[in-house]
Design a protein. Structure first.
Lengths: 297, 267
């Protein structure tokens, strides 16, 4: 395609080209304007609305009463604690499974890797509701797992497998694994495989080469994946609401409840603003850290 | 596995076992749902003792579920019509900007994916109740479109990254207008990517729960919202039917994505 366009065409009429250049620079902004407007009106305005509800009284004066409520009430504090605990557990398990899995994918034939990746992608594009439902079917009192264990004679009474902390984390790991694996696999497959072969030829053991050659190169990708999973887990609603059975109470659920009960909009908005700030701070810090590390190198 | 290290059979077997287990963990629960949807009994049993289509019949004769499905599909179609043109144009515009502006635009466009959906939903609820959009189809379309926008933007940005912009410059220097450039040069080469991003935008809207939960009411209740409320009360086997429907759509999307991967590789 490229050879179809001789370069002198654009040089023939400099003034015309110059004007076109200027016009097109304005046009670039015209192209992105509709989506900027959409995001501004439908994401930024709602966020400011929450901020306004949380920081201003009914009569329009600035007050931090709502934030004091959030910080001082034991109920809100425990919601915060649960949220961070669930998110942390989810990241930990996701990295422990997703890291080795991605490493495995880059070390097998591409054809086989693509087959396994299709399963990951199918999971990624399956509705979170469908997956929560599937776990309910599997884990509930007279569900598949309990029936199987009883039929095998391993247990006599059904175990309580769902509607608790671990079921919520299990469901969230199931949703976050593809979110982690897809970019981390991408980052790992960009690492030159000759580096590992070189390490081998210099007499390094497999684990030495992994630790000293591969992992340092894969680290930025793994860290970025981990941060993404953590931030996304903080705002989770559907999975903990279904699989936690009311025992796992996260920020998003608290916000939704006060909205559907028509109570304490202010405090719920303050909670939302804090969630937003936490998300922004974590993303900002990890961006800065990544930039510093890359600069040092 | 040619990484230069001696073949270690136990390690190899172990890592394959781990990988297959992980894959099963990811994919298997969904297939169980398909099996459940053909069950003949009122209870959840696996494998189902009798097979039947009774839950499919129940779905097809339930006005509530059919209505919700109709709303969801109409909504998803409208979301595609809003999000795809806007997303395609912005990916194109961003690609032609200087690097600094482009990264700014990219960061801004990813906001809907980063800001927790519950905050967008609650904020939109307050915003919409002021302008009378709560419970309307229009309100839902825009709420979902902004969530689908980053998906379209990412797919189309990747597509435009390997697009030869000299073609556009050449056409413009020969006097082609913007419309002609899009009609003759850009759209024909982008058909496949636009199809992929439309599918993904469609699926994003079809699967969305949180915004629909707060903003869709009564006649405009979407399928995921109905699923979510039914799941909270009881495990209705009709949900297995709906889940199977959603799974088939997800499978179609993955197949299309894989085909695109093959097409790119062959080029």
């Amino acid at each position: 395609m490229q050879d179809m366009v001789p370069e002198r065409i654009s040089r023939q009429a400099p003034s015309h080209a110059h004007r076109a250049e200027l016009r097109s620079r304005v046009a670039h902004f015209a192209f992105v304007a509709p989506s900027i407007v959409l995001v501004a009106v439908l994401v930024l305005v709602p966020c400011f609305w929450l901020f306004w509800l949380s920081a201003f009284d009914v009569d329009g004066s600035l007050s931090f009463e709502n934030y004091r409520t959030v910080f001082e009430s034991a109920g809100y504090r425990s919601v915060f604690l649960t949220t961070f605990l669930v998110a942390f557990a989810t990241v930990l398990v996701t990295i422990l499974i997703g890291g080795p899995f991605s490493l495995f994918l880059v070390n097998i034939q591409e054809r086989k890797a693509r087959l396994l990746l299709s399963a990951v992608m199918l999971s990624f594009w399956t509705s979170v509701l469908v997956r929560a439902y599937a776990w309910l079917v599997l884990l509930q009192r007279n569900g598949v797992v309990n029936t199987l264990l009883i039929d095998l004679g391993l247990i006599s009474d059904p175990l309580r497998l769902v509607f608790n902390f671990s079921a919520a984390v299990l469901g969230m790991v199931h949703i976050m694994l593809p979110v982690f694996i897809l970019p981390v696999y991408g980052a790992m497959s960009r690492i030159d495989p000759d580096l590992m072969r070189a390490a081998a030829s210099f007499g390094a053991s497999r684990s030495q080469a992994l630790r000293q050659v591969f992992l340092p190169l894969a680290m930025p990708g793994i860290a970025a994946g981990g941060v993404l999973v953590f931030v996304m887990s903080l705002g989770f609603y559907v999975t903990p609401a279904i699989l936690g059975g009311g025992r796992v109470y996260m920020i998003a659920m608290r916000i939704e409840r006060s909205l559907s009960n028509f109570t304490s909009y202010g405090a719920a908005s303050a909670l939302g603003v804090l969630l937003l700030v936490a998300t922004g701070v974590i993303l900002g810090l990890s961006y800065l850290a990544a930039r510093t590390i890359l600069k040092v190198r | 596995m040619n990484d230069g290290f001696p073949l270690n059979r136990p390690l190899r077997v172990l890592s394959w076992a781990f990988a297959v287990l992980t894959t099963c963990f990811l994919a298997a629960p969904s297939f169980i749902v398909i099996l459940m949807s053909f069950s003949g009994s009122d209870f959840l049993e696996l494998p189902p003792r009798t097979l039947s289509l009774r839950w499919y019949e129940a779905f097809l004769s339930s006005e509530r579920w059919l209505g919700a499905a109709a709303t969801s599909f109409l909504l998803a179609g409208l979301v595609v019509m809003v999000a795809v043109p806007v997303g395609v144009l912005s990916a194109y515009g961003a690609m032609k900007m200087s690097l600094r502006w482009r990264s700014l635009v990219q960061a801004f466009m990813l906001l809907p994916a980063v800001v927790p959906a519950i905050l967008i939903a609650v904020g939109l609820f307050f915003f919409y109740s002021r302008i009378g959009l709560v419970g309307t189809l229009t309100g839902l379309v825009f709420g979902h479109a902004v969530l689908a926008l980053p998906v379209v933007f990412l797919v189309m940005s990747a597509a435009f990254a390997s697009f030869d912009f000299d073609q556009v410059r050449a056409a413009q220097s020969l006097g082609a207008g913007e419309v002609t450039v899009w009609r003759i040069i850009i759209l024909p080469q982008m058909v496949y990517n636009i199809l992929v991003s439309s599918l993904l935008a469609f699926l994003t809207s079809l699967d969305e729960v949180v915004i629909a939960m707060l903003l869709s009411v009564g006649r405009r209740t979407t399928m995921p919202k109905l699923m979510f409320t039914s799941l909270r009360d009881q495990i209705d086997p009709i949900i297995a039917v709906v889940s199977t429907l959603l799974l088939v759509l997800a499978a179609v999307v993955v197949i299309v994505l894989q085909l695109r991967g093959n097409a790119v590789r062959k080029r």
